[in-house]
Design a binder for this molecule. Structure first.
Ligand code: F3S
Length: 62
């Protein structure tokens, strides 16, 4: 599983690192980045929840 944040659409709400800090973090520019790819299997569920919980719907999972 690969997680990607579309930073053109991220509004910097900081929700995704709350769901899964092992995969998402906030960058210095205030936008989220998925920094753990491929996503380890134990974090796949939390990564999906982060994607579903993103208010900007800008996290894609491949
Ligand atoms: Fe941005 Fe969505 Fe995360 S708006 S900070 S990618 S929850």
């Amino acid at each position: 599983m690969i997680a990607v944040v579309n930073q053109d659409e991220c509004i910097g709400c900081e929700s995704c690192p709350e769901f899964c800090p092992e995969v998402f973090k906030m960058g210095a520019d205030g936008l989220a980045v998925a920094y753990t790819n491929p996503v380890p299997s134990e974090f796949e569920e939390a990564t999906k929840e982060a994607a579903e919980g993103c208010p900007a719907h800008c996290i894609t999972i491949e």
